[in-house]
Design a protein around this ligand. Sequence first.
Ligand code: PMP
Length: 367
Amino acid sequence: AQKRTINFGAGPAKLPQSVLLEAQKEFLNYNNLGISVLEMSHRSSDFSKILSTAETLLRELLNIPDNYKVLFLQGGGSGEFSAVPLNLIGLKEDKCADYIVTGTWSEKAAKEAEKYGKINVVRPKVGGYTGIPEPSSWTLNPSASYVYFCSNETVHGVEYNFLPETKGVVLVSDMSSNFLSRPVDVSKYGLIFAGAQKNVGCAGVTVVIVREDLIGHTLNECPVVFNYKVQASNNSLYNTPPVFSIYIMSLVLEWIKNNGGTAAMAKLNKEKSSMIYDIIGASNGFYVCPVDDACQSRMNVPFRVGSKEGDEALEKKFLEGASQRGMIALKGHRSVGGIRASLYNAVTVEDAEALAAYMKDFLKENQ
Ligand code: PMP
């Protein structure tokens, strides 16, 4: 395989090399049609096969029950956290929803939802986002239409490793940054969505997995392209879908399947992230991850260098040195600073080992 830069970006993120090579091979001439997927009608039989392959693989990989629809929509993660209240807040007359806010993405989702109903923010921001509040302290509204949470906060590196208990209220999860990184019991959720550009493909397509009985309560003002009922009854083809993004996703799903599925991904993701957290933990405070141990993300590892607050000059040096070793996109999100290593499915154990080795060297040289 060609030597490539190691990309620890948070999204768009690294894709498996075999997927890129396959897409390259088929780029000009897909399936001997003499045209590219980019140029293909979304109503052609060849694209229908790509779409149904993507759905079949997703259903298989996540063991999605038959009473759930799988939709392939546009608008990204943000489009979808806007579509959620438009489609679900009307499930109950009160138009209320609970949002468990543990970082930037659930915060933004709650803010958007406030346009459409009464939103109970279960955890208003207190200082930084470094953990998940103790579930016994959550004050959930039993007559809420749904409870919303973000399974992995990409900016802050806060990840759930338990299922929120909602006492029968519909559970909605943004899994954009940990989708297919581990097995999930879909039957416990009313709705799961995920933008593709982190763990399952490139930007342009967002997967929505939604229980059938929740479809059909859409608010009038919902744009038609986000209306689950319309999209579900048109097999996600009410309007032109992002054909190439769906094609890339189907290749990634096949790659996940061929590499052992979500259980195998979970094992590798644990191994990669533990490698980095172990170095942070053993660094005597040279590297500091601000997140509580119990919810440190396997996908996005944020840390400061030099001290708890971060020594910015040292962090700059860290990033420059990484770049010289062929490792890029390690800069933390602009809202939090520091370093962030994203270790999605396509990031290999060898990639993580390269980062680990660099972190050890950098510690020795700069402590
Ligand atoms: N949710 C999560 C968890 C994310 O990480 C992101 C993007 N980083 C979004 C939502 C928003 O996605 P998009 O940029 O595709 O709108």
